[in-house]
Design a protein around this ligand. Structure first.
Ligand code: UD1
Ligand code: MG
Length: 451
């Protein structure tokens, strides 16, 4: 794709007021990833010569997130045309004919479902038809507030009318502006520079470049793209719709890569979830960001897994929680109501019931009994627990960190372990049992006499 240079300008200066949120719109996550990061990920394989993100004042958080892409502040935001003008200032001297950039790809920061394939196809199409401007068209069931595309008899694009400025006839047009545009870089500065604010909203509409280009004898065209990729997010309802579309896409990708999802509609992925071949995921599982599941692993129902690596052939759940830094080697078993955080479990280790393992290393083949807790936090600092290979930790053990249990050691059930356990030792750290023969019966008899 880098055989010809293109620059991407992503518009993200709008306030996103309809989200009614303290979080900037383009930072709202879809499949666990901020929506603007989806766009950058789609662009990356196309290797743009430059990526410029247009932000508003007080949007430093967006600028940081999109690095190394360059950010330009548009202040005040006076419309999409004005935003592109602001973005162009970062490309000074780099556009054709002087510079190496031949195409300008304009994207909106709130369309996270666009794929790299579609963007590549879109750029290739502008060159194929040698249009001055190519616009992505779509036919949503409800054309709503989208700009209407007015075509001439020969099928070229004549102008775009914003819904607020459209006559009732124009509003009846079903083919609308999906919001991406490719502009021949040599014309970009002139076209954008000629925009004015004579419209219903008093803004510089980017869409008016079509009318300007046509009047200068430059051909503009449309290409129809799937609505599912052009969905723009303005409200929380739109966000939920985009999430659903993205989840469907991720489920299909997981299955075509060789994972079984017993009930796909109930499994939720992050954009970066990686499942190996023959992984089986039972109903109702949530994957947060940063998860990799090895070949043949089984994830039972009601697990929540985030920032974790699960080795090949491991069995997790039902009802397990793997938090960031949980690393399970091959053939590990983690059962119901077990929480693991920042801990490495060696090959074949087992923690099958009701445990908390945090800031720990557990050796291969070690068995962690039901109810075992690593007491990793003293209220101020976190401390580590290290358990060697082939150890046996009896049920209901509290391991008060920092503490080390040597390889092959056994810890008796109910122990509170506050000191290190040597390898192959047996540790008993609990109150000693005392049996008083017949005493229970005596007590019962005495109590009954009192009634
Ligand atoms: C725009 C299009 C419309 C199209 C629709 C597709 C215009 C005039 N209209 O309308 O034809 O059908 O998108 O979704 O282009 N932004 C800035 N600076 C500004 C104004 C907006 O950066 O001054 C950014 C916004 O953050 C957003 C994008 O541009 O990411 C689009 O702006 P928005 O207000 O959502 O435009 P629409 O009304 O949806
Ligand atoms: Mg919009």
């Amino acid at each position: 794709m880098s055989q010809f240079g293109f620059a991407a300008i992503i518009l993200a200066a709008g306030g996103g007021t309809r989200m009614k949120s303290a979080l900037l719109k383009v930072l709202h996550p879809v499949a666990g990833r901020p929506m603007i990061a989806h766009l950058l990920a789609a662009l990356a394989p196309l290797r743009p010569a430059a990526t410029v993100v247009v932000i508003g004042p007080q949007m430093e958080a967006v600028a940081r997130l999109v690095e190394p892409a360059q950010s330009v502040v548009q202040d005040p935001p006076l419309g999409t045309g004005d935003a592109v003008r602001a973005g162009l200032t970062a490309l000074h001297g780099r556009l054709a004919p002087e510079g190496e950039i031949e195409d300008l790809l304009v994207l909106f920061g709130d369309t996270p479902l666009l794929t790299g394939e579609t963007l590549a196809q879109f750029l290739a199409e502008r060159r194929r038809v040698s249009a001055a401007v190519l616009v992505a068209a779509m036919r949503p069931t409800d054309p709503g507030a989208y700009g209407r595309l007015v075509l001439s008899a020969d099928g070229t694009l004549d102008r775009i009318v914003e819904a607020a400025d459209a006559t009732s006839e124009e509003r009846a047009i079903r083919l609308v502006n999906g919001g991406i545009m490719a502009i021949a870089a040599q014309h970009a500065g002139d076209l954008v520079g000629a925009l004015d604010r004579n419209n219903a909203k008093g803004e510089f509409y980017l869409t008016d470049v079509i009318d300007i280009a046509v009047r200068r004898g430059l051909a503009c065209r449309v290409i129809e793209l799937p609505v599912d990729e052009l969905v723009g997010i303005n409200t929380r309802a739109d966000l939920a719709e985009a999430e659903a579309l993205m989840q469907d896409r991720l489920r299909r990708a997981a299955m075509s890569a060789g994972a079984t999802l017993v009930a796909p509609q109930t499994v939720f992925f992050a954009a970066d979830t990686r499942l190996g071949r023959d992984v089986v995921v039972d109903p109702n599982v949530v994957f947060g960001p940063g998860v990799e599941i090895g070949e043949g692993a089984r994830i039972h129902s009601f697990c929540h897994i985030e920032g974790a690596t699960v080795g090949a052939g491991s069995i997790v759940g039902p009802f397990a929680r793997l938090r960031p830094g949980a690393t399970l080697a091959a053939e590990v078993h983690v059962g119901n109501f077990v929480e693991i955080k920042e801990a490495l479990l060696g090959a074949g280790a087992k923690a099958n019931h009701l445990s908390y393992i945090g800031d720990s290393e557990v050796g291969p083949g070690t068995n962690i009994g039901a109810g075992t807790i690593t007491c990793n936090y003293d209220g101020v600092n976190k401390h580590r627990t290290t358990i060697g290979e082939g150890a046996f930790i009896g049920s209901n053990t509290a391991l008060v960190a920092p503490v080390t249990v040597g390889a092959g050691a056994m810890v008796a059930a109910g122990s509170v372990v506050t000191g290190d356990v040597p390898p192959d030792a047996l540790t008993l750290a609990r109150g000693q049992q005392v049996n008083k023969p017949g005493r229970a019966a005596e007590i019962r008899a005495r109590l009954r006499r009192r009634i």
